[in-house]
Design a protein. Structure first.
Length: 70
């Protein structure tokens, strides 16, 4: 999560906890969890109507994801 987010930590944490609870409820292993989350992320990006903005958002998301996993 960005340091200066427009969302409260409480809201972010609550949603993240819900997502983890669902994955845990289904005993989803890492590969299945990543497949599910990847499809959710793809759906979210595909809902964006402007292709040029979508590509920029995807690139930005990938850069942040890469930085946070190093």
């Amino acid at each position: 999560m960005p340091v200066n987010s427009r969302y409260s930590d409480e809201r972010f944490e609550a949603i993240m906890d819900d997502v983890f609870s669902v994955l845990d409820k289904h005993s989803a292993q890492r590969d299945l969890s990543l497949l599910v989350l990847g499809n959710v992320i793809t759906q979210i990006f595909n809902q964006h109507p402007d292709n040029s903005s979508r590509n920029e958002m995807v690139d930005s998301f990938c850069r942040v994801l890469k930085k946070t996993t190093q």
